[in-house]
Write a new protein. Structure first.
Length: 489
């Protein structure tokens, strides 16, 4: 049995620019650990707001830089993998990276390595990417440093590739054709619980030298997962199984109808052909907490999407080994306008805090009234509610067919739509001071489309929205300048 000390203070995170690593770092800091991050391009970690994090340049394929990064560290998180790299040599690169990590950790006298792999019976015919994940765990375990290998199936969390792919499919397609693998069972787990396992492993010495299967309490087929997801969204969906759909055809189709590119979709789909269910109960023995059920994990992920509070996303990660950043679209559609205003931030804030009601919307008031009339015709609240006060707003106030969701003094106002819509909508105004006499106004309209109707609604009226939103942003700027001038007279 490899020995392990409980005195772990400094940890190195490999893969801090990725989906998991980007959420793990702040939790490690909150837990009192000193954190160092290795990144090929340290600029990708700028602006994260992580205090007292040491960032070093390097690559897991560069043994020299890896050895330097590990010096003085007590534990290492290996969260780098090559899914979606579009690289035919991904297995060899994963293998080389694992050997470098194992050897460098031993040379630096690291006490623990923590690795996140994938579920899937080792005796079954696994996909190349799952097989590579298992091989990495085996290579790490052969070294002298004790390894904790967590194995997880689909991770449910806002911003994860699996979640966004499933979300887009059930939200956009009333009827889906799917391969026969939709009958395969899986044991999904919430991102919150994955992160808790990763952090708690440092506090539980008995987890060292173990392979630990982690999953939520629900074991469901992928068909059941998608139908449950659709039900939580209030949508009725039908799934037709078509046995001739290959992983390649499925990935191309997903590339068309979801934000996930084929290079990411294909390894995900190939992995879904293997049953991904926990094969041991060791996680419950070592870690005294109960993971979230599937439905609750989906609700929390959707809440983060609606609140625009997605911490990290699959697009944050570099594509495997080498440079490059994936691109994609959020489930929230948006229209963003920025306007330079020759007035202080306080005047801009007063201007957008006075919008609506008898003050009007600063542009296209006839169009706003028509929209309000249509809303009343279809059973909505319309514009007749007006506003409580001509220039004051507090959270909870009604504002025509909006409701005030949040107010940050001299900074921002967020409104949530209450008109009849095939989805949910928000309108946010923020202001930043430039030099005391100039400000930048940012006006953002966000829309979460519910089903295909929601997408058709957004794109059909987008030209009109472009006209109105552009005019409104400039109207607020003019009103702010007018208020500033009148206050100086």
């Amino acid at each position: 049995m490899k020995s392990v000390s409980q005195d772990i203070r400094r940890v190195l995170v490999l893969g801090a620019t990725g989906y998991i690593g980007g959420r793990l770092v702040p939790l490690l800091l909150d837990a009192g650990f000193r954190v160092r991050c290795l990144a090929r391009d340290p600029r990708k970690l700028q602006g994260r707001g992580w205090k007292q994090v040491e960032i070093v340049r390097g690559d897991v394929l560069d043994r020299g830089s890896l050895a330097d990064a590990m010096r003085g560290c007590d534990a290492v998180y290996h969260l780098v993998h090559s899914m979606g790299a579009g690289d035919n040599d991904f297995e060899e690169h994963d293998r080389q990276a694992a050997n470098n990590v194992a050897d460098s950790a031993a040379a630096a006298h690291v006490q623990r390595i923590i690795y996140l792999g994938g579920l899937g019976s080792r005796s079954s015919d696994l996909s190349p990417h799952l097989r590579s994940r298992n091989e990495v765990g085996a290579i790490l375990a052969k070294g002298p440093v004790p390894v904790t290998e967590f194995r997880a199936a689909m991770i449910i969390g806002s911003g994860s590739a699996s979640f966004e792919m499933m979300h887009a499919l059930v939200n956009r397609l009333p009827v889906m054709t799917a391969p026969k693998w939709v009958s395969t069972r899986s044991q999904p787990i919430a991102i919150r619980d994955v992160l808790r396992y990763l952090v708690d492993a440092l506090r539980i010495p008995d987890s060292a030298g173990k392979v630990i299967d982690i999953g939520g309490p629900d074991i469901l087929s992928y068909k059941e997962l998608m139908l449950r997801f659709a039900k939580l969204l209030g949508l009725k969906r039908a799934i037709l199984v078509v046995p001739v759909l290959t992983p390649r055809l499925s990935s191309l189709w997903i590339n068309l109808v979801t934000p996930i590119p084929a290079s990411i979709a294909r390894p995900l789909i190939e992995g879904l052909k293997s049953e991904m269910v926990c094969e041991s109960d060791l996680a419950h023995t070592l870690f005294p907490f109960s993971p979230l059920p599937f439905d609750e994990a989906i609700r929390r992920a959707m809440l983060a999407v609606h609140n625009s509070s997605v911490e990290t996303r699959w697009t944050n990660a570099s594509v495997g080994y080498g440079e490059g950043l994936l691109d994609g679209t959020m489930q929230l559609l948006s229209d963003i306008r920025k306007v330079e205003v020759h007035a202080p931030a306080a005047s801009v804030f007063r201007a957008f805090m006075s919008i609506g009601g008898n003050n009007g919307w600063y542009y296209g008031n006839v169009l706003w009234r028509i929209r309000g009339f249509i809303d009343k015709l279809i059973g909505g609240v319309g514009l007749r509610r007006g506003r409580r006060h001509p220039n004051e707003l507090v959270p909870g106030d009604a504002l025509d067919f909006w409701r005030v969701e949040s107010v940050v003094p001299v900074t921002s106002l967020t409104l949530r739509a209450q008109m009849k819509l095939p989805g949910s909508a928000w309108l946010e105004f923020t202001v930043e001071s430039e030099d005391g006499c100039r400000s930048i106004l940012t006006q953002t309209a966000r829309f979460y489309p519910k089903g295909l109707r929601g997408l058709l609604y957004w794109y059909s009226i987008y030209p009109l929205h472009g006209l109105v939103f552009r005019g409104m942003a400039h109207g607020i700027a003019r009103k702010a300048l007018e208020m500033h001038r009148s206050s100086n007279q």
